[in-house]
Design a binder for this molecule. Structure first.
Ligand code: ATP
Ligand code: MG
Length: 385
């Protein structure tokens, strides 16, 4: 079986059943194609029992490493709750492993307080029988080759050799909903991962400047959405036709204002779609000073375009720190594929780094802002990887 622990939910004393139900729902989604399973919960643990074959457990455990809200995952063997049964199960499931090592110890957990032996007694009893059965083994409590975990729980006993770390965070959907501005770069997928990890359900929006950016550039974005979507039960992408706006900006606005006018449009369109989709915030991958459009005053110009809170989880991070996370969450290799982004196609040679809000607004108002936003919103299509 696969046993799943979920720490933070309990620590915070939140409405526990709501969180557990959300987590179970996300788990079901994540392992939907791993075969038939039975899922139950008890004693702050979710039990996933494969109904088809034992190989299912490895696949399930692997997929669950990418589900927010899971602190640890263990593949355990369930057996009758007696020392005899536990020892028989250990021999059957871990016999081969025990033959190949020199030292071990037993750790016991007595979640069922009615079990007649206390934890140290369980350890002594099981340990003694293993020493008798495997003459190659010695006990080493400090640094053993193998730890045999024996857990006496309600109903059954479980044996395993240790847990694997989950990704942590909170189950997706337990902390509201936000709209992620997703480019094909390194930063925004990481930003989405970080906000998603806090239990915020995400949708994404991508500004697509076809034919200045290619179909393949969009595929890359969709692939990134697929990768971070794994952690949160999928990620829909609103693909916004952005070419007309960019051409208008290029033709009518002062060159040094191009990027910031464009960024204001992005934020405004994102907010419009976010409101329609019931989102409470926008999320971007900006970080102070990384590029001209991310200086303090440039960020103020962007912020001024919308009323919704804008979350920028990378705001204080260095590029190396962001890259480290993107490697960890498997988006890096996709992010560095060499396809162009709409921002890079229309980048001015000398962007302003100390823009005044009024000046950028005046530049934006050279265009029919309302009409352009409406057209972009109307032309938006939802795609999912
Ligand atoms: P990233 O690595 O996320 O592309 P960046 O450092 O390249 O970020 P910019 O290109 O200036 O920075 O973009 C800043 C933020 O604006 C991005 O993190 C992203 O949230 C959003 N953004 C940029 N381009 C797009 C786009 N084409 N579609 C949707 N959002 C975008
Ligand atoms: Mg970018």
């Amino acid at each position: 079986m696969v046993l799943v622990r979920y720490g933070e939910i309990i620590l915070k004393g939140y409405n526990r059943p709501v969180f557990e139900d959300a987590l179970i729902k996300n788990i079901r989604k994540a392992i939907a194609d791993a075969g038939e399973v039975k899922i139950t919960k008890a004693q702050a643990t979710i039990y996933i029992e494969p109904m088809e074959n034992d190989e299912q457990t490895d696949t399930i455990a692997d997929k669950l490493k990418k589900v927010f809200g899971i602190v640890s995952i263990v593949i355990a063997y369930r057996t009758e709750k007696s020392i005899d049964a536990v020892c028989a199960e250990i021999k059957e499931s871990f016999g081969e492993l025990l033959c190949g090592v020199k030292t071990f110890k037993v750790e016991a957990k007595r979640a069922d307080k009615k079990f007649p032996l206390k934890s140290p007694e369980i350890c002594a009893e099981v340990g003694g029988r293993m020493l008798a059965a495997y003459h190659n083994l010695k006990v080493d409590v400090k640094n053993p080759d193998v730890i045999l975990h024996v857990e006496m729980r309600e109903g059954y006993a479980y044996v395993h050799t240790g847990r694997e770390k989950g990704t942590g965070g909170m189950p997706s959907g337990t902390n509201g909903k936000a709209m992620l501005l997703l480019s094909g770069g390194i930063d925004s997928p990481v930003a989405g991962y970080m906000i998603g990890k806090r239990g915020v359900q995400l949708e994404a929006i991508h500004f697509f400047s076809y034919p200045y950016t290619s179909e393949r550039a969009k595929d890359k974005v969709m692939k990134l959405a697929g990768i971070i979507g794994n952690y949160m039960g999928g990620l829909k992408v609103h693909v916004v036709p952005f070419t007309d706006i960019q051409l208008e900006i290029r033709d009518k606005c002062p060159e040094e204002h191009l990027t910031l006018v464009m960024r204001r449009f992005m934020m405004q369109i994102a907010q419009r779609i976010a409101e329609k989709r019931g989102c409470q915030a926008l999320v971007t991958g900006e970080s102070i000073g990384q590029v001209a459009s991310q200086t303090m005053s440039a960020l103020a110009v962007t912020d001024d375009a919308v009323t919704m809170p804008v979350f920028r989880p990378l705001i204080g991070m260095d590029k190396e720190e962001i890259v480290e996370i993107s490697r960890k969450i498997d988006t890096f290799e996709t992010s560095i594929l060499p396809y162009e982004d709409c921002c890079t196609v229309f980048t001015p040679k000398h962007p302003t780094t100390k823009p005044k809000v009024e000046k950028i607004i005046a530049s934006q108002n050279l265009l029919d802002v309302e009409k352009l936003i409406n057209e972009a919103v109307e032309g938006t299509v939802i795609e999912e990887y």
